[in-house]
Design a protein around this ligand. Structure first.
Ligand SMILES: N[C@@H](CCC(=O)N[C@@H](CS)C(=O)NCC(=O)O)C(=O)O
Length: 209
């Protein structure tokens, strides 16, 4: 049994979608991050950074959404969402998971939370974050332009749920990720999955369905 602490539409989305895809037993606690639930002492005891998501695995709270999807994919190899060690696709998988985790997701963080850097020029921070986000989408578009349906080729992996979630975050930005042709086709393909619809129902989401 897993316990997921998340908030609708946040970085917990891909963890939640993977749990649904895997049919893994879990219970979910939805936090109201606008109300500051993530800064309450009882939650900080689980996640000292005061962010969502947190996934309790075997009684131990684990954090960092990218690590959580990698952990889940490896704990449930029957799902086929992570290439096994020795599989040639694993090199691409690890490289791209970390590109998303180290470049793209932190740039989004600065776009949405420029105050993380303190009392500095928030417009300048956001402009820099936007440029980095768009540059990464250029790279993903180039990767998908050989006609591959998913990031690693023919097989869906945890990387695709990550890509989809990050694409969704751009929906109200000046240049949404769906502006790129192959990215738009990728999102349309991924949104066909029943787990996406279920995720929307369970998190009470309506837009970008
Ligand atoms: N690196 C963390 C970042 C998590 C993060 O930034 N979560 C946001 C929502 S997407 C959050 O909790 N925001 C509330 C806050 O920072 O107060 C992860 O991937 O788990």
């Amino acid at each position: 049994m897993y316990t997921l602490y998340t908030s609708p539409g946040t970085a917990g989305m891909m963890v939640h979608q993977l749990l649904i895809e895997l049919g893994a037993p879990y219970e979910m606690h939805l936090l109201d991050i606008k109300a500051g639930d993530q800064r309450k002492p009882e939650y900080l005891a689980l996640n000292p950074n005061g962010v969502v998501p947190t996934l309790v695995i075997d009684g131990k709270p684990r954090t960092e959404s990218s690590a959580l999807v990698m952990l889940l994919a490896e704990r449930h190899p029957e799902g086929g969402f992570a290439p096994a060690p020795g599989d040639a696709a694993r090199d691409d998988y690890l490289e791209w998971m970390l590109i998303l985790a180290h470049s793209l997701q932190p740039a989004y963080r600065l776009w949405f939370y420029p105050s993380d850097l303190g009392d500095v020029d928030h417009d300048a921070i956001k402009a820099g974050a936007r440029a980095k986000i768009e540059k990464t989408w250029d790279r993903v578009e180039a990767r998908l332009s050989d006609g591959r349906p998913y990031m690693l080729g023919d097989a869906v992996s945890a990387l695709d749920f990550y890509t989809l979630m990050l694409m969704r975050w751009s929906r109200n930005m000046p240049k949404p990720a769906t502006t790129w042709t192959h990215l738009a086709a990728f999102a349309a393909r991924m949104k066909q999955r029943p787990s996406w619809r279920r995720l929307y129902e369970l998190e009470g989401l309506t837009e970008w369905a």
